[in-house]
Design a protein around this ligand. Sequence first.
Ligand code: C2E
Ligand code: MG
Ligand code: MG
Ligand code: MG
Length: 280
Amino acid sequence: KAKQKGRGKYEIFNQEMHTQALNLLTLETDLRYGIEKQEFEVYYQPIMNLNPIKLVGFEALIRWQHPDKGFISPGEFIPVAENTGLIIPIGKIVLEKVCQQIQTWKKKFQQITILKIAVNLSSKQFKNAYILQEIDEVMERTGLTSNNLKLEITETSLIDHSQETIKLLKQLKQRNLEICLDDFGTGYSSLSYLHRFPVDTLKIDRSFINCIGQPEENLEIIQSIIHLAHNLGMNVVAEGIETEEQLIYLQKLNCDFGQGYLFNRPLTAQETENLLRDGC
Ligand code: C2E
Ligand code: MG
Ligand code: MG
Ligand code: MG
């Protein structure tokens, strides 16, 4: 009897794995098709100065409108794109769209010159031997020379602490690109190495901001990250601000910038344009 039960379990497990594998395969095929058919769009989420509240830039966030399945969140397809290498062409698409968009907005809105637009670079992209060349090519093709562009990398991109990584960061900085360390506090962050990297901004992960005002709040961590950043001459963005209470607390701690649903959700390019036109 036990054996039977055991076998049953095994089969269920097997079937689940099979289904999962099939789903991943389908997603990969769909992603390839999506690249070809240009199903990706970039949304822009405003980033605000916190005191006083004022627009300082945007984070570019990819959106995929699947022809049958509708909207698929980047949380679902970015990991697949990373595992299949498709993040390289997808990353290129995002970078190209953002650079073009900045150029278009520059002609229409004067204030764009002081705004920063942050593009996410997954560690697979960052580690790609041609990343610098690709960035140069896109900037040349779109004619972007200004310092509007910012790159968001994660701690995993810096994990090897290598001279090569430091060199790459310096080369990016030479191109007037700012560097933001995204989801800060969630990865394997050894605070002691941070000063070696030419990083401009630390972005505190949403999970810490979520907890403000909750029983499990960890205000000391937020406070420490902000102090650390300021002591290293970096500025800080809090990600995922949803409540007035969170905002007030972050203002008290001298957190420089913030983004979250309290201010805006990620906006389409058109909605972003309306916001810029209204002189935000
Ligand atoms: P991320 O870079 O940490 O981006 C922030 C995420 O938090 C976004 O989710 C944003 O919509 C969400 N968010 C912002 N404010 C709030 C808030 O107040 N509440 C809540 N609940 N969420 C908020 P999104 O757009 O679904 O992206 C998820 C992740 O996918 C990103 O996390 C990033 O790691 C990745 N991603 C998105 N676009 C790109 C891209 O173009 N390239 C790469 N490599 N990764 C991307
Ligand atoms: Mg990000
Ligand atoms: Mg983030
Ligand atoms: Mg995040």
